[in-house]
Design a binder for this molecule. Structure first.
Ligand code: FES
Length: 514
């Protein structure tokens, strides 16, 4: 394929490769850490979990330091669909069966409280963040799944939610049936969080951007090491999406999946409500104000990270389904995201490891991070300030019943790791590189396994194609121009900079003798 062909192909992908959230808000500009500081609690990670936890802790009288490797509210939180809801697909029937009705009720209560926490904060601070109450619908299209919706309605009611079984939704196409939760919400996550984060600095509290944390140590005080200085704190919260300081085998206890979003303009009125088709692949729909007319977000085409073939194809499939369902005038934006799902579908929120005293974690939101992160902020701020929290046991990362349930994921991840680690050692890789602009490949060069990407100008970037976490062979992600790990979801830019853990270091560059 020549340069022109490649440009044509890229242009034919739907929308600009940019999240609407990032495109419609100002960039942040907090200074990096430049000397040692001391605070009550250090928060590693500047997404919704980190910023909301910092806000809750400040409200409880603590000083905090938020440390972000890049810019705040830019990574996962900048690439969400921003549904604020306790409806997480068909989850309550699963929870009632797997962890019992009491735990399901706690899960529902915590997530409903998270919706109200965000709503009241928007109201009290008068935040202009497109917050709107909406009904949430999880629907199916297959008659065989009708029963699962009835069971979900019954389980959600047992969990304390006023769920309704419906056959009509605001969507312009037929569904078999759906479960509806009223009084849920949607918002613009960056507008909301930029309002919160700008009030963090002052009175001994800080926000540091472009400050990568290199190590976290429990102790009295705990220390957070960065390349620019040390933060000492009574407590540390690791809110980095995947906990890069993995004290509890989190890489084996949750699995990563990627999914895709398109923001479209329609030639028809966009539907009310927030919609989620609980079938493979899932298909998510919601509207978002955007100038004179609304956008419709469609999401889906989920797959395990580093597995599932061309990601460009995923965008095209999503666009194709959107055109089938709606009268699409244009696609304006496209973005993708990564989520981690736990064995029992309940996030891990609490102590980072069984032997850590003052380190805490929030991870495994499974695609429902707006409410999950807010639940985390409420639980962790109570734990750190010594207040009782009625939900903590259900979300405890060391919950005993999860260990048995986690077997499934451990086994699955171990099989994956064996397959892919063994793969590159024996795989007959070519040593010849003849790449067209925009292409990438993995070769064996002088005993090393090398990933090479050639950009549109013909410049080549060579990286080690072996994941520094546990040695799996990386896969090229053509839709995002990244190297992705099929084992536990680490991701790297085309020139080797780590974007997503569990890996915590960049890829060596053989073209620079690294
Ligand atoms: Fe574990 Fe790559 S993320 S081996």
């Amino acid at each position: 394929m020549g340069a022109t062909d490649e440009e044509d192909e890229l242009e034919s992908l739907p929308g600009e490769p940019l999240s609407l959230w990032l495109d419609t808000t100002p960039e942040t500009d907090f200074d990096p850490l430049d000397s040692d500081v001391r605070v009550d609690t250090a928060v590693v990670g500047g997404g919704i979990a980190g910023i909301t936890t910092a806000t809750h802790l400040q409200e409880a009288g603590q000083s905090v330091a938020v440390l972000e490797a890049d810019r705040v509210v830019k990574a996962v939180t900048g690439h969400t669909t921003a549904k604020v809801t306790s409806q997480h697909g068909l989850i309550y029937d699963h929870l009632v069966s797997d962890v019992g009705v009491d735990a399901a009720r706690t899960y529902a209560e915590a997530n409903e409280a998270a919706v109200e926490d965000i709503a009241s904060r928007v109201d009290e601070r008068d935040i202009d963040c497109d917050f709107r109450r909406q009904s949430a619908y999880t629907y199916v299209t297959s008659p065989e799944k009708r029963r699962s919706v009835r069971e979900e309605v019954s389980a959600a009611r047992r969990a304390g939610i006023d769920a309704e079984f419906v056959e009509d939704t605001p969507l312009p196409y037929d569904v078999e049936c759906a479960v509806r939760f009223d009084d849920q919400a949607q918002f613009h996550p960056r507008k909301y969080l930029l309002d919160l984060v700008e009030d963090v600095p002052g009175d001994g509290s800080h926000v540091f951007e472009e400050t990568r944390v290199t190590d976290v140590n429990d102790g009295d005080p705990c220390t957070v090491e960065t390349e620019r200085g040390t933060v000492r704190a009574e407590s540390v919260v690791v809110a980095t999406h995947f906990p890069v300081f993995d004290h509890n085998f989190y890489f084996a206890r949750q699995f990563p999946k990627r999914s895709y979003v398109l923001a479209a303009r329609l030639n028809e009125s966009p539907p009310e409500g927030m919609h989620y088709r609980d079938e493979e692949p899932y298909f998510s729909v919601r509207t978002q104000p955007g100038g004179d007319e609304a956008f419709v977000f469609v999401g889906g085409q989920n797959h395990k990270t580093g597995q599932g073939g061309s990601t460009e194809k995923r965008y095209r499939e999503l666009a194709s389904e959107a055109r089938e369902r709606f009268d699409v005038r244009s696609f304006e934006y496209r973005w993708s995201t990564q989520d981690y799902r736990t064995a029992d579908r309940i996030p891990y929120i609490g102590p980072l490891g069984p032997n850590t005293d003052d380190l805490y974690v929030a991870t495994g939101f499974g695609g429902w991070g707006m409410t999950g992160s807010t639940v985390a902020a409420m639980i962790l701020s109570d734990m750190i300030t010594g207040e009782p929290n009625p939900w903590a046991n259900v979300f405890d990362p060391s919950r005993v019943d999860v260990r048995s349930q986690a077997k499934e994921l451990v086994t699955e991840n171990a099989a994956v790791a064996r397959e892919f680690v063994g793969d590159w050692a024996t795989k007959p890789l070519t040593s010849v590189v003849s790449l067209s602009p925009g292409d990438a490949t993995v070769t064996r060069e002088g005993g090393k396994v090398v990933g090479t990407y050639r950009d549109g100008d013909g410049d080549e970037y060579k990286v080690s194609a072996v994941c520094p976490h546990m040695g799996c062979l990386l896969e090229w992600n053509d839709g995002e121009r990244s190297w992705d790990c099929p084992c536990h979801g680490s991701r790297f830019t085309y020139d080797g900079v780590v974007m997503e853990g569990p890996a915590n270091s960049d890829l060596p560059r053989p073209d620079r003798n690294e």
